[in-house]
Design a protein around this ligand. Structure first.
Ligand SMILES: O=C(O)CCC(=O)C(=O)O
Length: 396
């Protein structure tokens, strides 16, 4: 079968894989040519190497190889496996597949987004401010697939001790500081779950919804997202990006797909090919998305983002999961208190990590320097800072 418009076709898992094969093969070559990858390097003063920052700002993404150790990846895999197992059996259910209480029934926010296998829950909807205007191809899952599977899992710092420790990773936080300044502010976090033959697609989109028309708009104003990969990614299951699009302002994605004969296989996109333990950074202004995972390989992406303080302080939150038309949602104003409370998760995460990795030099997070003792990881701070922390996310 030739690559082309597949949106109206009913394709099995195998047929879809075959229809994507040429496109995927060519994109892999483009990905290898794009570079922008390698180990995290520092200059003589201990700052993230300027060549890396230059490469990030030029293309809007970077792949840091081997940032998270194999042992830590194993701990993360165990916690993610637990969270997947404890997912409600379907939307709204109180029990998991084995009839046990599903995880998170006592959380302020539902931690699971459940979807039909291989579906695209957001494309062509008003969800998340309508930022996914075009529907992806939805292949038909195998007959024995469950009715619903986890797509996204939230509340990671509360649900998974290994994730909380990852959130305090000194090298990862040093990249955040190099890009968004030492007083950087957290955005949100989630696990993108792309199980083999089941994982849904994420329609092409740009993340930011707030500052596109701002007089001080620039290519970094909506911040960035990190992803730590727990398994090797392939072109068939990876996150894809269109390099350089973080500099272009708001893109007419519908028109772009229409100009591509209606196909979601955008010609200039590349997959982010990683090994387990690699860390990717992607500007939230990049055009990015992912295809339904019809492949035999899992992708589990621990995803968490950061902003510049100036992009969020005094700014009204405009991003919501709810079904609202662009510009319709009125969120909270992010004042000093809100930002401090959400940032405290980083301070506690740094201490949780210090308690586990005793030989590692902890990251020094500027807004909490001198207040470290108030934010040690213990039962009290778990209740005060971590429990339901994602009700305080800073979403633009
Ligand atoms: O990992 C994916 O497939 C999608 C990630 C994404 O859309 C994001 O991080 O904003």
């Amino acid at each position: 079968m030739e690559n082309g418009t597949l949106v109206d076709e009913v394709l099995s898992r195998d047929e879809y894989g075959a229809a994507m094969a040429d496109y995927v093969g060519e994109a892999e070559q483009r990905a290898r040519a794009a570079g922008n990858r390698g180990p995290l390097r520092f200059d003589d003063s201990g700052n993230v190497h300027p060549e890396i920052l230059e490469a990030y700002w030029k293309q809007g993404f970077y792949i840091f190889e081997g940032v998270v150790s194999a042992g830590e990846v194993d701990e993360l895999r165990d916690d993610v496996a637990m969270m997947i197992e404890r997912a409600p059996v379907r939307r709204g259910a109180d029990v998991d597949r084995q009839g046990r209480p599903a995880l998170g029934r006592d959380y302020a926010l539902e931690p699971y987004v459940m979807i039909r296998p291989l579906s695209d829950p957001w494309g062509g909807t008003n969800k998340l401010g309508g930022r996914h205007p075009s529907k992806m191809v939805e292949p038909v899952p195998d007959a024995d697939a469950p009715d619903e599977v986890p797509y996204l899992m939230f509340g990671c710092c509360q649900a998974m001790p290994a994730f909380l420790r990852l959130y305090g990773h000194p090298q990862i936080l040093s990249i955040a500081a190099a890009i968004n300044g030492p007083d950087f502010v957290p955005f949100n976090d989630a696990v993108f779950v792309k199980q083999p033959g089941l994982g849904g697609s994420v329609a092409w989109h740009q993340d930011g919804v707030t500052h596109w028309d701002a007089p001080n708009w620039d290519s970094g104003i909506h911040g960035f997202n990190f992803q730590v990969q727990l398994y090797r990614t392939t072109a068939a299951n990876a996150l894809w990006v269109v390099p350089g699009t973080h500099e272009l302002g708001r893109i007419d994605i519908k028109a772009k797909v229409a100009a591509n004969a209606g196909s979601d296989m955008l010609p200039d996109a590349i997959p982010l090919l990683c090994e387990a333990g690699d860390l990717t950074i992607v500007s939230r202004q990049m055009l990015h998305g992912s295809f339904a995972n019809t492949s035999p390989d899992p992708r589990i992406s621990m995803t968490f983002g950061f902003h510049r303080r100036s992009s969020v302080l005094g700014v009204e939150g405009k991003l919501t999961m709810a079904d609202t038309k662009p510009g319709e949602y009125k969120g909270p104003i992010y004042d000093e208190q809100r930002i401090f409370e959400r940032s405290a998760v980083i301070a506690v995460a740094i201490d949780a990590r210090r308690q586990r990795f005793v030989d590692e030099e902890p990251f020094r997070y500027q807004p909490f320097i001198g207040r470290e003792d108030e934010f040690r990881y213990n039962d009290e701070t778990f209740d005060a800072v971590i429990r339901d922390y994602n009700t305080r996310d800073v979403s633009i």
